[in-house]
Design a protein around this ligand. Structure first.
Ligand SMILES: *Cc1c(COP(=O)(O)O)cnc(C)c1O
Length: 389
C-alpha cells in the first residue's frame, strides 16, 4: 500500500460528515405531531389501537394480501411464525443472512440445517436443498437477500414434492414484485422487518403476511400472552405487540415509500454506471421480471483482479468517513453456537463462505446525493490503483 498516495487522497476527498451504509428516513415532524394528538386524545397507546388497525389494513392493501399481523420487531414476528405454523425438528435455511434468521430457530428448539447459496443473487441454492431433506425436515426458511427474490417456483416444487412448508424471511424485500405479483404472495408465511435501517420502517417493528385466518388468529394470541379474553388464556404466548407510536410512523412512512424507492433507484444506477468497468467488482445482477426495491447496494470484491481485498477496501473507506457494512459477515454457520452442526462445515458451504469474505454493502439511501456517490466511486477506484501499484 502506498501511504503517501492514500494520505493525499484523504486530504482531497475525505467527507466532513460520516456517510453511513444507510440513513433512516423520518417523516415530517408536524405530521407526526398530528398523530400524537390523536393518540393523546384517545389516550390509547398500545394493544390494538386504531392506528395499529389502520396500518394492518393499509399494509394488507399494499401487499395485496388477505392478512397482515403487526409485531414490535421483525425477529419476534419470525420467531412466532415458526411457532404458529407448529414447525419442529429441522429447518433448512441459508447461512448468508442476518443472525435473526437462524437464531429464531434456536428459540423454537428447531435445528438449523444450512444449505449453500447460489453465486448470483446470494439466495439459498434450490438445487442443493433436496439432498438435505430428512424425515425430520418440517420447513425451508429462505431469505430474499438484498430484496432479490428467491427461486420461488423451485421452492414451491420442493414443498409440494416433500410436504415441507416454505417460510420467507422477507426483511429486505418490502415493495418487491415478481412477475407482477407481490413478494408476499409466495410461501406459507412471509416475515418483514420494519427496523429503522430497513427501506420501510416503524423505528422498530415487523409484520407477517399469512393466507390462513386461523393462523392470523393464532398469531394474535401469541403476540399478546395467549390472552383470548379477560378470563381466558389459550396458549403460552409472549408479548410482541406493536404500539401506536410505531404504527403512526408506519402510516406516515408508507406514504413515502414509493418516493424512497425511486430515489434509491437513481443512486443504484449511478453506482452501476460508475463501477461497471472497474475490474474485480461484481455488481448486483439484473433481475428480469422483478420490480426491485433498491434496498441495498452489495458489491463482491475479487482480490486477484481488484488488487485490494474487501477488508482493505472497507478499512480504507473508513478513513474517508465512508462506512460501508460487511453484510453478511461473519457467516451465520460460523457462529460459535452453530459451527459444530454437521451442516455448518465450511467445505459444505463453499459459496456462502466465499461471498461472506468478499461482500461489501455500499452506502444506500434515498437522500444520498449523486455527487457523493461519484466521490465514493472515485475513492474506490483510486484505492484499487494505489493498492495495486
Ligand atoms: C433486519 C433483519 C431481521 C430482523 O429484524 P428486526 O426487525 O431488526 O428484528 C431478520 N432477518 C433479516 C434478513 C434482516 O435483515
Amino acid at each position: 500500500m502506498n501511504h503517501a498516495k492514500i494520505n493525499k487522497l484523504i486530504d482531497q476527498y475525505k467527507f466532513d460528515t460520516p456517510i453511513n451504509v444507510t440513513k433512516t428516513h423520518l417523516p415530517n415532524l408536524e405530521s407526526f405531531q398530528d398523530y400524537l394528538k390523536v393518540i393523546w386524545e384517545n389516550n390509547w397507546v398500545t394493544n390494538n389501537g386504531q392506528l395499529h388497525l389502520r396500518l394492518e389494513m393499509e399494509l394488507a392493501k399494499f401487499f395485496r394480501a388477505q392478512y397482515v399481523n403487526l409485531f414490535c420487531n421483525g425477529t419476534l414476528a419470525l420467531m412466532l411464525a415458526m411457532h404458529a405454523a407448529r414447525l419442529h425438528g429441522e429447518i433448512i435455511t441459508t447461512p448468508f443472512t442476518f443472525p435473526a434468521t437462524p437464531n429464531v430457530l434456536h428459540w423454537n428448539e428447531i435445528t438449523p440445517v444450512f444449505c449453500d447459496i447460489e453465486p448470483n443473487t446470494y439466495n439459498i441454492d434450490t438445487d442443493k436443498i433436496e439432498s438435505l431433506i430428512t424425515p425430520k425436515t418440517s420447513a425451508i426458511l429462505a431469505v430474499h437477500v438484498y430484496g432479490s427474490p428467491c427461486d420461488v417456483r423451485a421452492l414451491e416444487c420442493i414443498s409440494n414434492r416433500h410436504g415441507v412448508r416454505i417460510i420467507y424471511d422477507a426483511a429486505h424485500a418490502f415493495g418487491v414484485e415478481l412477475d407482477g405479483q407481490s413478494i408476499a404472495d409466495f410461501g406459507d408465511i412471509s416475515a418483514f422487518s420494519f427496523h429503522a435501517t430497513k427501506l420501510f420502517h416503524t423505528i422498530e417493528g415487523g409484520a407477517l403476511v399469512v393466507r390462513d385466518l386461523n393462523l392470523k388468529k393464532r398469531l394474535d394470541f401469541l403476540k399478546n400472552f395467549g390472552i383470548a379474553d379477560e378470563e381466558t388464556v389459550v396458549t403460552p404466548g409472549i408479548n410482541a405487540k406493536m404500539n401506536e407510536l410505531q404504527a403512526a410512523i408506519g402510516l406516515l412512512e408508507l406514504k413515502n415509500v414509493a418516493t424512497e424507492i425511486h430515489k434509491r433507484e437513481k443512486v443504484h444506477y449511478k453506482y452501476m454506471d460508475l463501477l461497471k468497468t472497474t475490474p474485480g467488482i461484481k455488481l448486483p445482477e439484473k433481475l428480469p421480471n422483478v420490480k426491485r426495491n433498491y434496498a441495498y447496494f452489495p458489491i463482491l470484491i475479487d482480490r486477484a483482479k481488484a488488487g485490494i481485498s474487501r477488508d482493505e477496501l472497507c478499512d480504507s473507506l473508513r478513513k474517508f468517513n465512508v462506512f460501508p457494512r460487511k453484510y453478511f459477515y461473519p457467516l451465520c454457520s460460523n457462529f460459535p453456537f452453530f459451527a459444530s452442526l454437521p451442516s455448518a462445515s465450511k467445505e459444505k458451504l463453499p459459496i456462502a463462505n466465499k461471498v461472506a469474505e468478499n461482500i461489501l454493502c455500499l452506502p444506500m439511501y434515498g437522500d444520498l446525493e449523486l455527487d457523493n456517490v461519484e466521490i465514493i466511486c472515485h475513492i474506490i477506484k483510486n484505492l484499487m490503483c494505489t493498492h495495486q501499484f
